[in-house]
Write a protein that binds this ligand. Structure first.
Ligand code: RP5
Length: 162
């Protein structure tokens, strides 16, 4: 069965960031498929993936890329599925280039853009899980428990022992 969530990334080097999305989904018991799909180096792979993603059974796409990060926007242009974009931190401009490349889509072709780097990857996974949870009460319960765990982990007193 096709995983409901596809995580795609522009390069092997993006995996260090995007693995946090995969790990977050795994913690929530959500299956995902991971693939390297470069808008620049493998445009035919991008076209085939994005055009076929809905028919393949994916429900949400998480796309991470850095630098001139066209992957999320190009993907969104080729599919009606929701696309969440994760700006990967770049060496030259610390990911601000990635962020601007992903966030400034023209009206009509939306990409839900997350924070730069690890936080963005984790939040993309949580958002994707929230979308699936709309039609999956068991997942909604796991998501609520995950959030509660996060809340419970915050101490009142910074000097108190854990
Ligand atoms: C982008 O260029 C990728 O998404 C990656 O973040 C960046 C650098 O890629 P590599 O040169 O490491 O393959 O397309």
């Amino acid at each position: 069965m096709t995983a409901p969530i596809a995580i795609i990334m522009g390069s092997q080097s993006d995996w260090e960031t995007m693995r946090h999305a995969a790990e977050t989904l795994a913690a929530l018991g959500v299956a995902c498929e991971t693939r390297i799909v470069s808008a620049h180096r493998t445009p035919d792979r991008l076209y085939a993936f994005a055009k076929g993603a809905k028919a393949a059974g994916h429900k949400v796409i998480i796309a991470g890329a850095g630098g001139a990060a066209h992957l999320p926007g190009m993907t969104a242009s080729l599919t009606e599925l929701p696309v969440f974009g994760v700006p990967v931190e770049s060496k030259a401009l610390s990911g601000v280039d990635s962020l601007y490349s992903i966030v400034q889509m023209p009206a009509g072709v939306p990409v839900g853009t997350l924070a730069i780097g690890k936080a963005g990857a984790i939040n993309a996974a949580l958002l994707a899980a929230s979308v699936l949870a709309l039609n999956d009460p068991a997942l909604a319960t796991r998501l609520a428990a995950w959030r509660q765990q996060q809340t419970d982990a915050v101490k009142d007193d910074p000097e108190a022992s854990a």
